[in-house]
Write a protein that binds this ligand. Structure first.
Ligand code: ZN
Ligand code: ZN
Length: 256
């Protein structure tokens, strides 16, 4: 069955109560299929053996095969009065509630196997397993890449030019990030150990990767406009072709 988690639940782990339906051994007849108080009859087709012999003529001569008895499905007994709860099937559909510990660090598609929580085996065989397939809802800010979380952060043009200490969201609240003066758009900062714990080793955590975007203001107050105009005069009108292009930047950012 699919289990849906929030981003944080997948990162830090959670105890979830799940509810599902499964076939269980019928409580009225203990899985025998016969109404309590009645006894099954010996199957007359196979004489209680559970299998029948079939003689076939082939070009090599006679061949004898054994096959499960078609009347009693190999049980050797037939039920005279079927159980009124399960109508002789021996199984009962039941709703099950179960608390499950989801470990920290799971991701979309992680499977958790719960042994013995599946359907009962045939003719009293062991119970099968229940598989939980996890689905994780997206986060408002963070994207996940294995054990790292990625945050796209807008800073303003003054913070990029002059440097600043900014407050960033982390998986556990807030943290400070120092933006050095002269920070370029696309600059990547690694905040160590603020990522997702490894699912097999809680102490091994990924990073928070902050990708900085310098937001160019689209609305300015009168005062800001005047300041930018002064700045424009001071900076002049010359432009400079870049030695490194956008594709180099992309390779450096994603390659590293
Ligand atoms: Zn029953
Ligand atoms: Zn039979």
């Amino acid at each position: 069955m699919q289990v849906s988690l929030t981003f944080e639940e997948a990162v830090f782990g959670v105890e979830k109560e799940i509810e599902f339906s499964r076939d269980e051994t019928c409580s009225r007849c203990s899985g025998k299929g016969a109404e309590p108080g009645t006894t099954p009859l010996r199957c007359t087709t196979c004489n209680g053996q559970g299998e029948v012999r079939q003689v076939r003529q082939t070009f090599l001569g006679q061949m004898v095969q054994t096959a499960p008895c078609p009347t009693c499905s190999g049980r050797g007994e037939t039920i005279a009065s079927p159980c009124t709860t399960c109508r002789g099937a021996g199984l009962e559909r039941k709703k099950v509630k179960k608390k499950v510990q989801i470990p920290a660090g799971v991701d979309v598609g992680t499977q958790i196997r719960l042994n013995g929580e599946g359907a009962p085996g045939e003719n009293g065989g062991p119970q099968g397993s229940l598989f939980l397939v996890l689905d994780v809802k997206p986060h408002k800010f963070f994207k996940r890449r294995d054990q790292d979380v990625i945050l796209n952060l807008d800073i303003n043009i003054a913070q990029a030019v002059l440097g600043a200490e900014v407050t960033i969201p982390t998986l556990e609240g807030e943290d400070k990030l120092k933006i050095p003066s002269g920070t370029q758009p696309g600059k990547v900062f690694h905040v160590r150990g603020k990522g997702v714990p490894h699912v097999r080793n809680k102490n091994q955590r990924g990073d928070e990767i902050v990708i900085v975007n310098v937001a160019v203001p689209t609305k300015l107050t009168k005062e800001q406009k005047e300041l930018f105009e002064k700045l424009a005069e001071s900076l002049g009108t010359t432009v400079k072709p870049q030695a490194k292009g956008f594709l180099d930047w992309l390779n450096e950012t994603l390659g590293g």
